[in-house]
Design a protein around this ligand. Structure first.
Ligand code: BG6
Length: 475
């Protein structure tokens, strides 16, 4: 679809000096300016507790773009962008948004809450107090609540001020090119779609592995852990896109409806099929790094998981009998988000001479990041007079086929929200169902087991796949 320029409106960035705004949102807005995709008229109002004026905010933004934008800064684009920037100091009280009002130029606006979850409800009330219910579209960052009850409460609070059709719940994984491509891969290619069901597929592995630790977010992470931070949202969204039925069309309502239906079929996760882990000190990329319990803001006897692996069922006709395996963790051997679809073995394999060979299955390997691409593994005869078989790959890579690397997720998400399109955002029912799916584990979490930094996670996770094995991270 051709890109359109959004209608005139202001953008209000609440939490403008925080990590997310500095590293991702301000550079994304600059990129949209550069591509001519910001509204023709409209200010960008930064809000934060810093004692800054407009000029200080411009300097902050300039630094943020210079450090975080690999393509550098163009003077003319920067001048256009800088002329939009305004700043409002927040005292953290209910009147913050009232102080924003005189800085607005347009009748409508996109307000982005890039703030700690504990500040969401107060900030929503502040929007209402300032008379900004009309004309506001609201983007809310994850985590959306802490459990099912708090998510429901937050939804109710928001709806008192902003109706659902103007609420945009972010899961930045939906802004990734490779994630959007999942639906095209499945529904534009019958070869795949006809085999993606319980007859064709033995198991699906979804991995979100990170090599980074919790960094400066120790205190936040203590309250969150991998299940709330990654599984309830990013991983379940990947699962929904991999397993949902074809939508009626590619509009937001149809896609969200099919995702919600799929999530409704996912059986709440049984804690007996969950492994929680926590990283201990070790070496990664040749550097010694502390264990989780030594990170700042983390309790010495913390029971928070930095790794989670689980097996779940989808109770519907397409998927009953196929295993779904999910895992995520910090400080693992490498950064890698991947979906591996493992097809069922041939009913009888003439060519396997060992049990291990028999277990080498055909697979579809979808590399979400890095090295974005898709490969299919299959078995062929090696050239020569005897029948000897070998695994080979057919590989597609974004970099070589499209000659470009996918854009940052936030550029796309901000543009879609400016345009008022909900396709890449999560609905109320999806987020609440996500909490219901992880609820049994949050209520009765199995004990955390240690794993060494730079490893593939705790060995206990292999039990979930036995007698098979997880695909190795570096595979
Ligand atoms: C965020 C999590 O949502 O996603 C972080 O809060 C995590 O803990 C990040 O590091 C990973 O995002 P990406 O795009 O680097 O895979």
């Amino acid at each position: 679809m051709p890109l359109t320029t959004p209608k005139d409106q202001d953008i209000v960035l609440v939490g403008a000096s925080g990590d997310l705004a500095t590293k991702r949102l301000i550079p994304a807005l600059y990129n949209l300016e550069s591509d001519g995709l910001l509204p023709s008229r409209g200010s960008v109002v930064g809000v934060a507790t810093n004692d800054w004026d407009d000029q200080d905010f411009r300097m902050h933004a300039l630094k943020s773009v210079a450090v975080n934008n690999p393509s550098g800064i163009d003077d003319a684009v920067w001048d256009r962008f800088a002329s939009r920037l305004r700043f409002v100091s927040s005292l953290g009280d209910g009147d913050t948004m009232t102080r924003v009002v005189p800085r607005l130029d347009q009748a409508t606006r996109l307000v982005y809450f890039s703030i700690p979850p504990s500040a969401f409800e107060g900030s929503v009330a502040s929007l209402g107090n300032a008379g900004l219910s009309e004309g506001t579209k609201l983007i809310i960052e994850k985590p959306f609540g802490h459990d099912i009850e708090s998510a429901r409460h937050l939804n109710q609070t928001i709806h008192q001020v902003i109706p659902e059709e103007r609420v945009f719940r972010i899961d930045h994984y939906l802004g990734k090119e490779t994630v959007q491509n999942l639906l095209v891969l499945r529904f534009a290619n019958p070869l795949f779609e006809r085999t993606l069901n319980n007859e064709g597929v033995q198991r699906v592995e979804i991995t979100v592995a990170e090599s980074v630790g919790v960094g400066r977010r120790g205190a936040f992470y203590e309250e969150t852990g991998a299940i709330r931070d990654i599984v309830q949202n990013h991983v379940l969204q990947l699962l929904a896109l991999v397993a949902m039925e074809a939508p009626h069309d590619m509009g937001a309502a149809s896609i969200r409806e099919e995702k919600a239906k799929l999530l409704n079929s996912v059986a709440p996760i049984d804690p007996a099929f969950v492994v929680r882990g926590q990283y201990t000190a070790g070496t990664i990329d040749g550097k010694k790094v502390p264990g989780y319990r030594e990170e700042s803001g983390v309790a010495e006897d913390s029971q928070t998981e930095t790794y989670a692996a689980m097996r779940l069922r989808i109770d519907n006709w397409r998927w009953g009998g196929t295993r779904f395996l999910l895992r995520t963790g910090k400080r693992l051997a490498r950064r890698e988000t991947r979906v591996v679809v493992v097809f069922r073995d041939a009913p009888f394999n003439f060519f396997a001479t060992t049990e291990i060979q028999r277990l080498v299955s055909q697979k579809l390997n979808i590399r979400i990041q890095p090295n974005e691409g898709i490969s299919i593994t299959f078995v062929l005869k090696e050239p020569g007079p005897v029948v000897a078989t070998q695994k080979v790959d057919m590989d597609f890579s974004y970099a070589s086929s499209f000659n470009k690397t996918p854009k940052e997720a936030y550029d796309r998400l901000l543009l879609e929200a400016l345009l008022g399109d909900h396709t890449l955002f999560i609905s109320e029912s999806e987020t609440e169902r996500g909490w219901e799916i992880v609820r049994p584990v949050l209520e009765a979490p199995p004990p955390v087991v240690p794993y060494e930094v730079g490893s593939a996670g705790p060995a206990e996770a292999e039990g979930l796949v036995a007698p098979r094995r997880w695909h190795a991270l570096e595979d």
